[in-house]
Each structure stands twice: as C-alpha cells, then as structure tokens.
Ligand binder design. Structure first.
Ligand code: ACO
Length: 371
C-alpha cells in the first residue's frame, strides 16, 4: 500500500458543484469572478443546490422560502443563555446549537427529497440567526428576530446590530458570502460527505463540517489573521514581526493553499474590498499592513494570500467581532456543504479508505498482573 500524506492530489469523488481547474474557481461552471461581481448570495445558493441560476420569479420564491424558516426554536435560544458564555467560542456554540436544531425537527432522520429540501432551507436560514443570537446573548442583549423583508446579508447585519445596515455593508457582506460559498473538496466539505455517506442525516453532516471548519488550518485562519494584525499594531512593526515569525518557521495565517500554487482567485476580490472598506472607515492601516505582509511573505516564501487573509480586514471594517469571522464563513459555506451532501446522497457509496499500518508486529498477550 502507498499513502499520500493529507490525501494531497487524491481525487476522492466526482462532483458537479464546483471546480478548481488551472487555478480558476467555478460554481457549476460559472466563474467566481462573474459571480462575485454580479450575483447575490441567494442566487448562488440556488445555483449550488439546483445546478442552474434562478429566474426572477424563482429567486423571489426562494428568498421567501428561506425567510419563512429563519427563526430558531426558542428553546435553543434559551439554552444558549446557559452556555458558559464568556468561555465559549462562537464556533463551538454554533456547532452545539446546530446539533440541537435536529432535536427540534421531527423530520431530522427523514431521507426523502422533500424532507431534505426542507432541512436544507432551515439550516441555511437558521445559521445566521444562531450566530447573531449568540453574539447578542453574550453581550447581555436579547436576540433580534429575523425580518422577512430583508435579504440574507442584510438580515445577518440587522440581527447582529439590531438596526438596519447601510447599503455598503450589505453589499460587502453579500460579496464575501458569495466568495466563500463553495470550494470543491475542501476539508469541511469532505468531512460532511464522509459523514452522510454512512447515510447519516443532514444535521450530522453539517455539525461535522462545522467542527472541521473551526480549525486554524482551515476556516479558523481568518480570526487569527486579525489577531496577528492587531498584535503587530502598526506599519513599522510589520517587517520585524513577519521576518521573525518566518525565521522561527511559524505559519503566517491566511497564506498558502493545498490546491492553488499561483494564487487564490478569491483573494483579489477581498483585497479590493479591504482597500475600499478600510478607507471608508478611516482605518486604512489594516489594509496597508496587510499589503506589506503580503509582499514580505510572497518575496520570502513564495506563498500567496488565500481567502482568509484579506477577509479579516474586510469583516473588521464591517464592525464584526473577530471571533465571529469563522462563524460567518460557516454561514456562507453551509450552502456548499448542503449541495455536496445532496450530491452524495444521490450517488452514495460508503467512504472508507485504508491506512498503512506502522505499529509494532504481532505481539504476545500479557496478562494485566504481569504488566
Ligand atoms: N506560512 C509559512 N509557511 C507556510 C505557510 C504559511 N502560511 N503555509 C505553508 N508553509 C510552508 C510549510 O511550513 C511547509 O514548509 P516546509 O516544506 O519547509 O516544511 C511548506 O510551506 C508546505 O506547507 P504545508 O503545510 O505542507 O502545505 P499544505 O498543503 O499541507 O497546507 C495550508 C496548506 C494548511 C493552507 C497551509 O498553507 C497553512 O497552514 N496555511 C496557514 C493557515 C491558513 O491560512 N489556512 C486557510 C487555508 S484556506 C481555507 O481553508 C479556507
């Protein structure tokens, strides 16, 4: 048997949800550059789940269907108040609350197309409600109920802050959600597919995926990018900080990628958003510092920024708490997880690879009293 560490380059399934070919990312054949420029996040969710763009009427109906199921059972919001709120990371809270959603859905284990369609809508619509409710509860505030007249991104900011967001913030968040929606067989999507390939339910697949996204080598990197920027603090300290980190072989969060070696096509959009937003907020230093880090890491290591690098200063500029950055990634990526879960169910086979054994040879049994 031969092994490939980290399954690098291994093609583990077929999929028509998204592709990375020659460094170009597409969602069902649509270039991410076009989607980032023209599509709303709701259109992208529809595309990922239905494998085609909606027409006007279908989009209106889809938005309505989402908004109708966006409220989270009161019992779950009440439970959140009993979490050890000042110690719990929002990703852990999200993982727990999404698991609880299954307890309040009598069709959680129902596998038919109709039931899975309903679960998909509920999960997509309720993740933002959970994330924003948790943020408010830990500040001693009441959760804000979702509004049916606001779009997905606007509703997120409205539930987070309790006031209607401005247009620039809504557009920026919407674009960030589009850019994060799917990414072929990334670690959390693969996790979701492995989970449901046992014919487990959709909630279990999403809980497993949230767990995988949480790690700093995957979605958890965006929060750590902001931590690094905050630690550095100003431009003069960028060079010594980054060079020292690189000399100690510390990984610079937001750089490098398993698949892209010539740059992540999502990063340029987030970089431009970061430039614009940090200038609007009067804090261009976050963008300037990011660009300087980008130059140093690229020159010294030949590593390019990934989706997480500039998204940190984008979310910071939107006034979002730093530990909510990864939950926002989940709020977007749940659309891709669901698309992959549905695809897995359609053509399922248990995912069960092998391991090359590296332990000791066969050993003689030693009774307990002789050890
Ligand atoms: N900073 C410094 N060095 C790095 C970085 C980095 N960000 N990324 C990779 N390297 C170095 C490694 O130390 C290694 O060097 P070596 O050969 O001298 O030991 C070499 O580049 C190869 O790196 P691997 O970790 O083996 O690459 P892999 O494909 O396994 O990992 C990953 C990809 C996890 C993204 C990696 O680049 C990394 O840890 N980046 C930082 C975390 C991050 O930004 N994650 C988000 C990724 S995008 C996403 O999931 C949404």
């Amino acid at each position: 048997m031969s092994t490939t560490k980290g399954l690098e380059g291994v093609v583990a399934t077929t999929s028509s949800v998204s592709s990375i070919i020659d460094g170009v990312l597409t969602y069902h054949g649509y270039n991410i550059d076009d989607l980032a420029e023209h599509a709303s996040f709701e259109e992208v969710i529809y595309l990922l789940w239905n494998h085609r763009l909606p027409n006007k009427e279908e989009l209106t109906t889809f938005k309505k269907e989402l908004s109708e199921v966006s409220a989270v059972p009161k019992e779950i919001l009440d439970q959140m108040k009993s979490y050890p709120i000042d110690k719990v990371h929002p990703m852990a809270a999200l993982r727990t609350a999404v698991s609880q959603l299954a307890l309040f859905d009598e069709d959680a284990d129902e596998m038919g197309e109709e039931a899975n369609g309903q679960k998909a809508l509920k999960l997509q619509a309720q993740l933002p409600t959970i994330v924003t409710a948790f943020s408010r509860i830990r500040q001693g505030k009441d959760p804000v109920a979702p509004r049916t007249d606001l779009g997905y991104a606007a509703n997120f900011l409205y539930m987070l802050n309790g006031e209607e967001p401005d247009e620039i913030s809504v557009e920026a968040l919407d674009k960030a959600l589009v850019l994060h929606a799917d990414h072929e067989l990334n670690a959390s999507t693969f996790t979701a597919r492995v989970c449901v390939a046992t014919l487990s339910d959709m909630y279990s697949g999403i809980v497993a995926a949230i767990g995988a996204l949480k790690g700093p080598l995957h979605g958890g990197a965006n929060e750590r990018v902001m931590k690094m920027l905050s630690e550095i603090g100003d431009m003069e300290k960028v060079e010594p900080y980054i060079k020292d980190a690189l000399s100690r072989k510390v990984k610079i969060m937001g750089f490098g990628h398993r698949v892209y070696k010539n740059g992540d096509p999502r990063a340029k959009h987030l970089r431009e958003m970061s430039r614009q937003l940090t200038s609007i907020t009067g804090e261009p230093k976050w963008y300037d510092m990011s660009v300087k880090i980008d130059e140093i890491v690229t020159n010294e290591k030949g590593l390019l920024p990934n989706v997480d690098f500039y998204s940190a200063s984008v979310y910071h500029s939107l006034g979002i708490e730093h530990d909510l950055f990864t939950p926002i990634f989940a709020v977007s990526r749940v659309s891709g997880w669901i698309a992959h879960i549905l695809e897995q169910y359609e053509n399922n086979r248990l995912i069960r690879p092998r391991a090359e054994y590296t332990g000791p040879d066969r050993q003689a049994w030693v009774p307990l009293e002789n050890r």
